[in-house]
Each structure stands twice: as structure tokens, then as C-alpha cells.
Design a protein around this ligand. Structure first.
Ligand code: HEM
Length: 435
């Protein structure tokens, strides 16, 4: 399990079926891999589950009361406000973010080799910082990115080693952690205060501070709560969007014919400019590439929950405090719902080709009330960045490169990065060849 969680989940399902159980020390864990059971856990009986306490223990120090780890009525209220705030973000802010971040990625002269995983992680963070804090971005994106990496790496290291030394200890790792938390606090609280004082543009942070409900009633939130939600949005959108784009580039580099088709579509729609939100409906091929990438490499490869009151799932009675896992990676590779599940085949998502499958067989953004609050924004960012890249460059893998080893700390990603060569796209391959 520790060596290869993904294969473990697949094997567990193959050997024992959709419901399986195992123990890690005193912890009893149940895996449920059928869409009907997903619906029970995430929708119909969601009130019997919370997020897992051990994750809260390690990450709540900086996620605080933001959506990712919050629970109960307070979570419900905040979720309505954050949803509203995200729907208010101006299209021009999203478009401008794509322009700026793609230009940054492509600024060195082509061809050049990049570690796509590192580049896309940074790009995704930049997209969210720009969408959330439009006017103030340039000065804050780098320090926030460095701080986010420290927080993320520390959380994972401590969680995997089951250790939690007090944060005040005068040792280098704790000093770095305190510095990162201070950077987040000072920067984000400062931004929230400016927006409360009315001295700032109508960006994502402003909509958090002055949040309304869907009926238009102003509810607002204190600066500290806006800070918490902003941290959760930045962390929630960083690795997920980055990993999706990384794997999409990898899959397209491996399938030049699909890459050429997607590039031709992107070129026909966008020409020399970057893709924008208005283009989304005209990019069905690129959209299907992203959908299929999220099927094969779901960034959130597994959902976990703690049982807070006894509940029956799939005919099994689960005691309080047991842990439940939904192995999204295995669900997405189940031949009952996806023919030839290991094959990269974006056309399976074409409307005329869709294989009938249960509603919860494909859940890259989770399911039910706790599904991803940033799913529209995240999905749009993936499609638009990929289309923008494809109009300008060709993605090529190094001949010596083996398939990436997958790491599963929190978000699925290539363990040792992903080298890709970006080459200038020749005009002849840019021209539409969709017919
Ligand atoms: C490819 C992109 C993304 C993927 C695949 C993804 C996936 C997910 C999944 C599966 C969950 C549910 C986790 C669970 O049930 O335990 C989730 C929750 C969440 N995501 Fe995303 N996400 C993406 C992008 C984003 C973006 C761009 C943002 C912020 C703008 C974001 C912010 C959040 C937050 C705050 C939550 C917690 C929601 C709640 O519990 O109410 N995500 N995400």
C-alpha cells in the first residue's frame, strides 16, 4: 500500500470486488468502488461522514476554517459565499491570467526543454493568484508560491512520518514553516483589509470580503475568514490544475495524431492569440483531451472520509471512526464503465460515442455537496491553457524518457517531474485539418 497505492486499490477491487476492507494498525479502512456506493457516501448519506481527522491535524494549521477542512453549518454558509464569489470573477481577469502565464512559460526562445510538472504547477498558481487578486499580483505571486510550496511539503512530510513537533521549535524546517505562514497571513490579510476599506478593484478577494448569497443578500465575511478561504482556493487550485495540464502534455506528446488534431482546432479558433473564455464552446477536441486526461490521471486520485455516525454502505455496517476510501483512479479505469480503460481515447467523451455509464462513474471533481467549489474555473483554465500552448508549440517527449512514475502524496503527479521539449509549431501543422 505504501509503495503503490494506485495498484493496491486496483488489485483490491479486482480480487475482492467493489467493497473491500483492510487494516493499517488499529485503523479499519473500507474501500468502495461502485458508482452507487459513491452516491451513498457523497450524496445520500453524506451527513454520516466528515473529512479525515489526521489530514485536519496536519493541514488545519494554515488551512484554518477554509472550505477544504471545514464542517457543519459553518462550512455550508461559507460554501455558499465562496461559490457566489467565484461566479463573480470577471472573464477579463481569467483571460488576462491565461495570457500572462502562457507568455511567461513560452518566453525562452523555442525549442527548449522544460520540466512540465514544475512549470505547470507554477503556472496554475499564477492563474489563481491573478484571478483572485487582479491588481496586486505582480509583487505577491512569487513569495506566495514559495510559501505555498513550503506549507505543502511540510504538511506531507509530517503526515507521512506521523510526527508533529511543535511549530515554535528553533530548527530550520520549523523556521521555514513559520516564515511561510507569516507570508500568507500578512499578504492575504493585507489584501482583505484593503478591500474592506473600499480601496481595491472588484476581484475575487473583494467578492469574498463582500460575499452575498445567491439571492443577492450581502453577508460579507471578516478579514480573517476571507484570508482562510483565499488560502484554500489557492491551495485547492494549485496542484490539481498543474497536474492535469502536465499529464495532458504527456499524453499528447505520446499521441502525435491526437495532438495534431487538437492543435488544428485550437489554431482554427484562436490563431496567434491565447484562448479565452468565449472560445470554450468552440474547442470540443481540446475539451475532450482534458476530460480524458482527468479520467486516466485524476489529480485527486482517491477521496477519503471518516464515519461520524454508524452507517450502512453496500450492505456493510460501518462503525463510527472507521475510514472510507473511494478510489477515483480505480473507478475511472473500470472496464464496466470505460471500454479499453487503459487507452488514451478522448473521443470516448464525444456526445455520439458516449458509452452509457452511471452518473458517479466519472468524478474527477468529487461528488455531492463537497465536490470541488472551483470546478468550473479549474476546468476552464485547463482547456484554455492547453489550447493556447498548442497554437504555438509542439509537445515532444525525449526519446529516452520512460513512462512517469506516479507519486500519490496528496495530488497525483509525476514523481520525478516530466521533461518535455517545446518546439515551434510549423505553420502547415497549424492549419485546420479537422475534416
Ligand atoms: C483540475 C482541477 C481541479 C480538480 C481535479 C479538483 C478536484 C477536487 C476534488 C475531487 C475535490 C473534493 C475533495 C473531497 O471531496 O474530499 C475538490 C475540493 C475543493 N477544491 Fe478543487 N479541484 C480542481 C481545481 C480547483 C480550483 C481551481 C480551486 C480554486 C479556485 C479548487 C478549490 C477547491 C476547494 C476550496 C475544495 C473544497 C470544497 C469543499 O469542501 O466545500 N479546486 N477539488
Amino acid at each position: 500500500l505504501r509503495d503503490d497505492q494506485l495498484t493496491y486499490a486496483l488489485e483490491l477491487q479486482r480480487q475482492y470486488g467493489d467493497c473491500a476492507s483492510f487494516r493499517i494498525g488499529p485503523m479499519r479502512i473500507y474501500q468502495f468502488a461502485h458508482p452507487e456506493q459513491v452516491s451513498e457516501i457523497c450524496v445520500k448519506q453524506a451527513h454520516c461522514f466528515h473529512k479525515v481527522s489526521s489530514v485536519k491535524f496536519y493541514f488545519k494549521r494554515w488551512m484554518r476554517r477554509g472550505l477544504l477542512l471545514n464542517e457543519g453549518q459553518d462550512w455550508q454558509r461559507q460554501r455558499r459565499k465562496v461559490r457566489w464569489a467565484l461566479t463573480q470573477i470577471d472573464a477579463s481577469a481569467v483571460n488576462h491570467a491565461i495570457d500572462a502565464e502562457v507568455a511567461r512559460l513560452l518566453s525562452p526562445e523555442l525549442p527548449h526543454q522544460v520540466d512540465m510538472a514544475a512549470q505547470m504547477d507554477r503556472l496554475a498558481f499564477g492563474l489563481n493568484v491573478r484571478a483572485l487578486f487582479s491588481a496586486d499580483t505582480e509583487a505577491i505571486v512569487e513569495p506566495l508560491y514559495e510559501a505555498a510550496n513550503v506549507l505543502h511539503a511540510t504538511g506531507i512530510r509530517e503526515m507521512l512520518s506521523f510526527s508533529l513537533l511543535p511549530d515554535w521549535l528553533p530548527i530550520p524546517s520549523k523556521r521555514a514553516l513559520r516564515g511561510a505562514m507569516r507570508t500568507f497571513d500578512q499578504t492575504l490579510l493585507g489584501l482583505a483589509r484593503r478591500r474592506h476599506a473600499g480601496d481595491a478593484p472588484p476581484d475575487g478577494m473583494n467578492f469574498l470580503v463582500h460575499a452575498r448569497d445567491l439571492q443577492g443578500k450581502t453577508l460579507g465575511m471578516p478579514d480573517r475568514r476571507a484570508r482562510d478561504e483565499a488560502v484554500n482556493l489557492l491551495m485547492g487550485g494549485k496542484e490539481t490544475v498543474g497536474a492535469t495540464l502536465t499529464f495532458a502534455c504527456y499524453l499528447l506528446a505520446q499521441h502525435p495524431e491526437i495532438q495534431a488534431q487538437a492543435a488544428a482546432e485550437a489554431w482554427a479558433v484562436c490563431g496567434e492569440r491565447c484562448a479565452q473564455l468565449d472560445d470554450l464552446d468552440h474547442l470540443p477536441v481540446v475539451t475532450r483531451v482534458i476530460r480524458e486526461t482527468m479520467r486516466l490521471y485524476p489529480p485527486v486520485y482517491s477521496l477519503s472520509r471518516e464515519v461520524i455516525r454508524p452507517v450502512t454502505i453496500g450492505g456493510y455496517r460501518l462503525p463510527k471512526r472507521s475510514t472510507v476510501i473511494i478510489p477515483i483512479y480505480a473507478l475511472h479505469r473500470d472496464p464496466r464503465w470505460f471500454a479499453e480503460p487503459e487507452r488514451f481515447h478522448p473521443e470516448r467523451f464525444a456526445p455520439q460515442r458516449q458509452q452509457p455509464r452511471p452518473h458517479y462513474a466519472y468524478i474527477p471533481f468529487g461528488a455531492g455537496l463537497r465536490s470541488c467549489v472551483g470546478k468550473e474555473l479549474g476546468f476552464q483554465q485547463c482547456v484554455l491553457v492547453l489550447a493556447s500552448l498548442l497554437t504555438r508549440c509542439q509537445l515532444r517527449q525525449l526519446p529516452t524518457h520512460a513512462p512517469p512514475v506516479l507519486a500519490t502524496d496528496i495530488v497525483l503527479h509525476p514523481h520525478d517531474g516530466l521533461p518535455i521539449v517545446l518546439e515551434s509549431r510549423q505553420r502547415s501543422t497549424r492549419e485546420p485539418s479537422l475534416t
